[in-house]
Design a protein around this ligand. Structure first.
Ligand code: LMR
Length: 394
């Protein structure tokens, strides 16, 4: 049997992570995988997470199974964090999932059951695991234009033209904030135009919200998702706690299905629990319980929000430093877009050959599509990167 297995295509982000680890150079710089790093290169356990874990260890009396949907208190706390009460709770079905990827996977499985003919539209570019999972599940898919290589901003005219061809019942995957991999985001007015267009087409939005709190703040980063939820009778939201709680390896996420009414939400809830049972039974609990502890304790929550703000402001400062360093070195505003982008990533907008040159000549690792993880930089490595970008002729 096993001899029939073919080599699977390597995930380019994870392959890069392995290449970086294998590089013996001391001065190498990792701008690959989307993991936050502080100025010392460490990915810290957040203070509130440490404290919540300490309390859990001290107070937890059982490790018996939770429900198939996970702990309901986790769903409630996350729904409140993300949607801020814009839709009645009874219209929302929700399950805990293994990370944001688990939420995306379960959302796609749900779409496959409910609308097997629906095309799933993805921004071009998008996080490479989106098309990979869709291909694996054998679902119809199409792309809509998103990024303008010239301005390094959103190609809004292209996006609207392509989404204008969406068929009724198709699913459109939207990045709720901090677009991965480009860092270029829609304005609030553009979101309203997209929502109006998709509504007129009868499309169903699937929002991927993996970086809430990393762009303009916890509430600001949820505004687009809230606008989508307010604008549609039905939509899906896949949320991740990996980045904003820094609990990457705990695999903590939530899938929400916002339904027309309470009855349909109940039926969707049953399907989501069924899908969890088929795929892994009970979702991971530890990270979800940590998140719930933090979100429901005012002191822990305040501390978490403060640390998340420090993280977010640190990334903004690095963006500003890099943009200004490049302005100085090139005597142009060609790289100002880096300060305008939001979230962990910016797409530099250069060729895979240039990216390879940065790696070979300067030990700087970024994804071949020129996505760089801003959180992989620090005040000392920013000038090194800027110099390398100029020396490479980008
Ligand atoms: C990324 O885009 O680098 C992160 O979402 C990590 C991953 O799983 O790819």
């Amino acid at each position: 049997m096993l001899e029939h297995l073919k080599d699977q295509p390597a995930d380019k982000i994870l392959a890069l992570m392995a290449a970086f680890r294998a590089d013996p150079r001391d001065d190498k710089v990792d701008l690959g995988v989307g993991v936050y790093k502080d100025a010392t290169g460490n990915t810290p356990v957040m203070r509130a997470v440490k404290e919540a874990e300490r309390r859990l260890v001290a107070e937890q009396t059982t490790k018996a199974y939770t429900g198939l949907a996970g702990d309901p208190a986790f769903s409630d706390a996350m729904i409140d964090l993300i949607l801020g009460g814009v839709v009645p709770r009874e219209r929302i079905a929700a399950v805990a999932t293994p990370g944001g990827t688990g939420a995306i996977r379960q959302a796609l499985e749900l779409i496959k059951l409910a609308a097997p003919e629906a095309t799933v539209w993805l921004s071009d570019p998008t996080w490479p695991n989106h098309p990979s999972i869709i291909k694996y599940l054998g679902m119809p898919t199409a792309n809509y234009r998103y990024f303008d290589d010239a301005t390094r901003g959103v190609d809004f005219a292209g996006l609207m033209a392509d989404l204008g061809t969406v068929a009724s019942g198709d699913v459109v995957l939207l990045h709720g904030c901090c677009h991965n991999p480009t860092g270029a985001n829609l304005t609030a007015d553009q979101w309203q135009e997209v929502i109006a267009l998709l509504k007129s087409k009868g499309a169903v939005p699937l929002v991927d919200l993996a970086y809430q709190g990393f762009g303009d703040g916890l509430d600001a980063d949820a505004l687009a998702t809230r606008a989508v939820v307010s604008g549609f009778e039905e939509c899906l939201i896949a949320a991740s706690c990996s980045k904003n709680f820094g609990i990457y390896r705990e695999r903590t996420g939530l899938l929400m299905a916002v339904a027309r009414d309470a009855d349909q939400a109940k039926s969707a809830q049953g399907t989501l629990a069924f899908l969890n049972r088929q795929n892994y039974s009970f979702p991971p609990d530890h990270g979800a319980r940590v998140v719930t502890t933090i979100l429901t304790d005012p002191d822990l929550r305040a501390d978490w929000e403060a640390e998340l703000e420090e993280t977010r402001n640190g990334m903004l400062a690095l963006r500003a430093q890099l943009a200004s360093e490049l302005k100085r070195l090139t005597n142009s505003d060609r790289f100002d877009f880096i300060a305008d982008h939001r979230g962990m990533f910016s797409r530099l907008g250069t060729s895979p050959e240039m990216v390879e040159k940065l790696r070979a000549d300067h030990g700087i690792y970024m994804v071949s599509d020129s996505r760089m993880n801003i959180a992989g930089l620090n005040a000392e490595t920013v000038p090194i990167l800027a110099k390398a970008i100029v020396a490479t002729g980008i």
